[in-house]
Design a protein around this ligand. Structure first.
Ligand code: C2E
Ligand code: MG
Ligand code: MG
Ligand code: MG
Length: 282
């Protein structure tokens, strides 16, 4: 069978490669059951206003508690879910879960949800989100959708139409990981963004790389001249915070001001997901 598939297939006989492929396939199939088996859950990381250190919102970040492999981060399993298509169901689950949880928060702060480019290939994304907002009762103004520039590559007109409709509903659109994708500036002109997020990689390089500082300065200035609020992600040190404040950025998100964890009032609620999850694999 291998012979028929061509000579490139020879690499499959490399033991490591074989194992990698098997492991990926296994993960792919495990992922298909992850929702029903209640292995997925959301953590929330605060966005903080640097002027008064107040929390101004939370970003929902997906985690997978795998029965054998333990806790798996989204950088590992989201690409697999995107390739296999299960990101469609997972993404819908994330939206529903984040909206349903945010409704129960003591303070009506905004919740940010990451949307995969693959979700934008589904023509019914707008209807899906509108239905979730109705079902959960979350005020559309409280929902922020984070997308990266990868979402703006294919079906640009359909994506634009969906974003415009979502904005009319009151949902806000955030450009995530700004500066790491392609043709950022043209996209800012074409697509109706409400906020920019500066990628962690620039923040991490602040201390050692003057270019990172220059790029952050330029993005903050660009955002402000377009009247878009700018959030700097990945702020880990007081020094980074001071530099970013000095450049006029008002919102930060990072380990310095809060790691991803349970949402505020969810912790006080005995029926919340968090304590139950510790026993999820039992
Ligand atoms: P992102 O949307 O850019 O999220 C920010 C990431 O930076 C999160 O990683 C967060 O934990 C991490 N982070 C925050 N502050 C710091 C810091 O001070 N230092 C460092 N080193 N890292 C920090 P996480 O949770 O592993 O998520 C990684 C990426 O996975 C996210 O990047 C997002 O692109 C994707 N992702 C997460 N949840 C979802 C989801 O529900 N759906 C989709 N499609 N993608 C998701
Ligand atoms: Mg994000
Ligand atoms: Mg980001
Ligand atoms: Mg990212």
């Amino acid at each position: 069978r291998a012979k028929q598939s061509g000579k490139g297939i020879a690499c499959f006989f490399d033991a490591e490669m074989d194992e990698a492929v098997r492991s990926r396939r296994q993960m792919e199939s495990d992922l298909r059951h992850a929702i029903l088996r209640r292995q997925l859950f959301l953590e929330y990381q605060p966005l903080v206003d640097v002027r008064d250190d107040r929390v101004v919102g939370y970003e929902a970040l997906l985690r997978w508690r795998h029965p054998e492999r333990g806790l798996i981060g989204p950088n590992v399993f989201i690409p697999i879910a995107e390739e296999s298509g299960s990101i469609i169901q997972i993404g819908e689950w994330v939206l529903e879960q984040a909206c349903a949880e945010a409704v129960r928060w003591a303070e009506p702060l905004p919740v940010s949800v990451n949307i995969s480019p693959v979700q934008f290939l589904v023509p019914s994304l707008f209807d899906q989100i509108a239905a979730i907002l109705r079902r959960t009762g979350l005020e559309p103004r409280r929902l922020e959708l984070e997308l990266t520039e990868a979402a703006l590559v294919h079906n640009r007109e359909d994506v634009l139409a969906a974003l415009v409709r979502l904005r009319l509903l009151g949902v806000r659109i955030v450009m995530d990981d700004f500066g790491t994708g392609h043709s950022s500036l043209a996209n800012l002109q074409t697509f109706p963004f409400d906020k920019l997020k500066i990628d962690c990689s620039f923040t991490a390089a602040l201390d050692r790389d003057p270019a990172a500082h220059a790029i952050i300065r330029a993005i903050i200035a660009l955002g402000h001249s377009l009247s878009l609020p700018v959030v700097t992600e990945g702020v880990e040190t007081e020094r980074q915070k001071q530099i970013i404040m000095g450049e006029g950025c008002r919102q930060i998100q990072g380990f310095l001001t809060g790691r991803p964890g349970v949402a505020p009032s969810a912790g006080a609620n005995p029926s919340s997901d968090a304590p139950a999850l510790r026993h999820a694999d039992a």
